[in-house]
Design a protein around this ligand. Sequence first.
Ligand SMILES: [Zn+2]
Length: 339
Amino acid sequence: MLLESSVRARRGAEQAGASRVAHAQGTTATLSDSSPVPAARFTLHPRGPYSLAAGARFLEGFAPAAHEAAAEGHLHLAFPGPRGEPAGVCLRQEDDQTVVGEVFGAADPGFVRTEAQRILSLDHDGSGFAAVGERDPVIGRLQTRFAGLRPVLFHSPYEAAAWALIGHRVRIVQAARVKARMATELGEPVDVHGDVRNAFPAPGRLADIETFPGLVGRKAEWLRALGRAAGAGALDAAHLRSLAPDRALGELQELGGIGPFSAELILLRGAGEVDRIPAAEPRLGRAVALAYGDEREPTRAEVAERAESWRPYRTWVAVLLRAALEDETGEIGGRPYGA
Ligand SMILES: [Zn+2]
């Protein structure tokens, strides 16, 4: 809620760094005097239009992230570092689009920067994205409506895979509760600007779990195997993106409990593959029908044909379409985008 009101404030306010002012004056509850000093600072320079606020709104409506808003204009993230140490980052956006990151916790700042860049889809050049909207006016209108929105990814392919396993055959809200509880009980805390967040348990920790409340059937066994595979590097984003997508999906499906839908989620929403139609996404057909005013839901082949004009950003367009559908139905996050 706090972030949403801050988003409105940012829109209305002179873009004279409202968030920086709030930050410097410590005017928000979470920025206490005991707020730690960042270990490092970095900047990311988006190529093409980018809005951190649009991404944050998307994240808030996205139950798997179980995301709680931080102080005004701040996006706070926590995730396990390469050796299981907690990594925290505060992300803010300057008037000139630059994203400023402040690093907290013991993890290597270079690692945190790379992860933040991937999570925000800032490791892709978006300067050709507007041309998609010029070719396809329906997409052009969505680009205006959700200005600067790019996919906000899971903290890692590993965390996306864990989400897929936890969420197997249970309702999203229930899965989100279990995942949040695993972070609280098994993950490491990190203080980001006085806002203490727990990272999801590192692969080594997951490889050890016997059982956990809410994990039924073979889920604990699958998560242990995932922890081992991730520890061995099989879930590294760079590795997955170095493979041809079909090969990457094949490798992912060798993991216990990971089918085509989950593999695709891991590749698109974890590794950040940018130009692939989410074939296993059941809502995409409806989203396309809604956006284009089709009387019936298109077949997969028809979606694929239409998506030719979305290249080379087919994943990003799918996210815009999903945001528009979510706006209508509120079915994933339980409330509309930005509401
Ligand atoms: Zn912050």
